[in-house]
Design a protein. Structure first.
Lengths: 455, 300
């Protein structure tokens, strides 16, 4: 009798037939699962903390909309690459997606009608949210007058400092208003503590390999890489002066130490902060959140003051980092997508919950008086850190977005390193950088304009 | 009857011609869909540049011309070559020495040691990079803290001079044990009577190594060298994570890293395709030259 599972009667054996059956079953399953239901929303996320927050609150959304099936997918850091591929191939993009502030630029390249996100301005205006959001926070997500994303955050920056060590050294940082004053105090506390001839306690930690901290200073002074109209302004006097100042903190005043590890949130950097090698750090709200969750043993050692200003009465903060939520053009049900955005981004209970786990202050004016933002924080020795961030909100500078940000920031990273560690002149370095980026942009524009003339 | 007979004979002849192609069809179909078509379209893409997400513009050879004038491409190409040279002069000799030791009759616990040296290759490159990122840290890393005799703290990942050496050393740690296995397999294939004949002729250990071991290992060495070179020129994940995307100042950038940045971060797909094809040509030239040098095309 012919038995397909019998080695003798089936010429290839059991294993291939088993594989064949598995292949057929999985193909059928894939075909079925790829059929999208009408009331389903796919939502891509890159940040673990965001994913945890939305996942936990999803049942509440489903109470409001029981027949909507929301699928949250956390791809981590590679999400932006996957999104780019999905938008390029015009297939497989999610309905809703969160995008990170340094990654959005590449998605805004080329002709406006080819951008993969919906313009949310009409929805914001119709639903009455426009006036309730902090206007400066639309700038990272807007280009050519269109708004491609709703801001998730404000990310004001404060100066976190080791309260215990400054106090022992006899300094009250709450009396410091300007960077000049900070430098004077910084010189007193930057020293060799164990007498081995090497300085091992620095007043501040700054990144000398990437633009991150330099950009903190530059935005504080009202500068930027690009202006509102997309012009390159990284060779402006403000930018050059700021880079000279930045480099002087390392080389002339010698109060700054390069970041330990690859960034401020690297385990080596946390260790240096804990060991008292680093006495202060420029910290956005989210950074305070990761400190609390990842280095709980430092509770009570740190306090915050507004960022020192450039001149008496000047701007006391800047902004670092950010996320937006957008609806892709592949979304078939934008109204439903909007309902989920309203729930995750505007719901006050959700925003309070977000602050509790991540310290992130929302960009919603009407939410800023929620009691939770004004409570004392034990980690910061009872300081009302939320209130400090909120008091700085009116001063948060705009950060203009540009399709060429990725190329520009990549080159700016190199410039920062060359100026700070290889003593290249700030002026030459930034003028060269601006010229390079202008060439990249004008070359594209030239190509596109030829195409437009001869389509 | 005879008519039927010729018909079946014809059928059998026909199917004998077609059958082999049908048997290998799954490979060719998959190859054409997933390799052939993308290769062809990337070649076409290298003569275009994206103008947004849907349309593109023909730019002729301008991507190639730009590439040859791009200092970051040259820096990345040099870094990649530096890594390849490091692999050739450091990693492979270490792999061969390990193989000679662990193939010797006098070493105890050979199986355990072979496994121990082999295991690093089982660890995903990303984890290796994260661990070595901590090990190399200038001020809190194990290397600078334990090997104090090296003198002043070395900025493994902070000083442009030391970034590629740091990547090469990590490559040695991860891959030397893997290549060791090839060499051991090669050593075990050498006929013992060759050594006996050499001993009869009065050859010492070194002479036997030079005149028996090395020539007999030639095919294995050729394979390992060529495969390692191809791998070296495709280097990406290790330096990408270890140096946080090529920092500082692109000192850790490689050709494939620059390709990735252009394609995915800068959305310059045409330029990225151009880098890919230049890399392909580079690898092809180097591989053929190596095979020629190592005498693989020679008739035995």
């Amino acid at each position: 009798m012919l038995n397909p599972f019998d080695r003798d009667s089936f010429p290839i054996g059991k294993a291939p037939i088993a594989m064949l059956i598995l292949f057929m079953i999985s193909s059928i399953l894939l075909l079925i699962s790829n059929k999208k239901k009408d009331n389903s929303l796919e939502f891509w996320i890159f940040a673990n903390t965001h994913y945890d927050e939305y996942q936990a609150r999803l049942p509440l959304f489903n109470q409001l909309y029981p027949d909507v099936n929301v699928e949250l997918i956390n791809f981590g850091g590679t999400m932006h690459d996957k999104l780019l591929t999905a938008l390029l191939s015009n297939f497989g993009a999610p309905d809703i997606v969160e995008v990170e502030i340094t990654s959005i630029g590449r998605f805004l390249k080329g002709a406006i009608e080819e951008i993969g996100f919906m313009d949310l301005r009409p929805l914001l205006e119709n639903e009455g949210w426009m006036h309730d959001l902090i206007p400066n926070r639309f700038t990272p997500w807007s280009y050519n007058g269109r708004i491609y994303g709703i801001p998730h955050d404000l990310h004001p920056v404060v100066l976190l400092y080791r309260d215990d060590i400054f106090k022992t050294a006899g300094f009250d940082l709450t009396k410091i208003n300007t960077w000049d004053e900070f430098i004077n105090v910084g010189k007193e506390v930057t020293r060799d503590t164990d007498g081995d001839g090497n300085i091992d306690q620095f007043a501040i930690v700054l990144d000398n390999k990437t633009e991150s901290d330099y950009f903190n200073f530059l935005l504080q002074r009202g500068g930027g890489f690009f202006d509102e109209n997309g012009n390159v302004v990284i060779d402006s006097d403000i930018a050059i002066d700021t880079l000279e100042f930045y480099s002087s903190l390392f080389n002339e005043h010698k109060i700054a130490t390069p970041v330990y590890g690859t960034w401020h949130g690297h385990p080596s950097n946390f260790a240096a902060m804990q060991d008292g090698k680093i006495l202060s750090i420029l910290a956005p709200d989210w950074y305070v959140g990761i400190l609390k969750s990842q280095v709980p043993q430092m509770a009570g050692k740190w306090k915050a003051i507004p960022m020192p200003s450039w001149e008496e009465g000047g701007r006391r903060t800047t902004t670092r980092g950010g996320t937006m939520i957008g609806i892709t053009k592949q979304c078939e049900n934008p109204d439903l997508a909007w309902k989920l955005i309203e729930f995750t981004y505007f719901n006050k209970e959700g925003l309070a919950n977000r602050f509790e786990t991540t310290m992130i202050i929302p960009p919603i004016k009407s939410a800023l008086d929620l009691p939770i933002f004004h409570e004392p924080d034990e980690y910061l020795g009872g300081q009302r850190i939320g209130k400090l961030f909120i008091d700085l909100v009116p001063d948060i500078p705009p950060r203009y977005q540009n399709p060429y940000w990725s190329e520009a920031s990549d080159l700016l990273n190199n410039t920062i390193f060359e100026v700070v560690t290889e003593n290249k002149s700030s002026r030459t370095a930034l003028i060269d950088l601006a010229a390079t980026v202008r060439i990249i942009i004008s070359k594209d524009q030239m190509r596109w304009s030829i195409k437009e003339k001869n389509p | 009857m005879s008519n039927y007979h010729t018909l079946t004979k014809k059928f059998w002849n026909q199917q004998q011609k077609i059958a082999p192609y049908l048997f290998i069809a799954p490979f060719y179909i998959l190859f054409i869909v997933f390799m052939g078509y993308p290769l062809l379209s990337s070649l076409i893409m290298s003569f275009y540049e994206m103008r947004g997400f849907q349309s593109r513009i023909y730019v002729g050879f301008s991507n190639f011309i730009d590439l040859f004038n791009d200092p970051i491409f040259w820096k990345s190409a040099w870094n990649t070559t530096y890594f390849a040279i490091g692999t050739l002069t450091l990693q492979l000799p270490i792999a061969l020495i390990l193989a000679l030791i662990l193939n010797s009759k006098h070493v105890k616990g050979k199986n355990f040691l072979r496994l121990a040296f082999f295991t690093p290759v089982l660890v995903a490159g990303v984890f290796v990079a994260i661990i070595f990122n901590l090990i190399y840290d200038q001020r809190s890393g194990i290397i600078n803290n334990e090997f104090v005799f090296l003198g002043n703290e070395i900025g493994w990942l902070n000083d442009t001079k030391y970034v590629m050496p740091a990547v090469i050393l990590t490559g040695v740690w991860q891959w030397a044990g893997f290549n060791m296995i090839y060499f051991i397999a090669g050593l075990q294939g050498i006929r013992q009577d060759l050594y006996e004949a050499a001993a009869v002729d009065g050859a010492n250990w070194w002479q036997a190594f030079i005149h028996v071991t090395l020539p007999s290992l030639r095919p294995v060495i050729a394979f390992v060298v060529v495969v390692s070179m191809i791998g070296s020129f495709q280097l990406f994940d290790l330096p990408f994570i270890l140096t946080n995307g090529g920092e500082p100042a692109d000192a850790g950038s490689t050709i494939v890293m620059y390709l990735y940045k252009n394609g995915f971060q800068f959305m310059r797909l045409g330029y990225a395709a151009t880098i890919g094809w230049v890399l392909f040509i580079l690898i092809a030239i180097i591989s053929i030259a190596q095979l020629k040098l190592l005498g693989i095309f020679r008739e035995e």
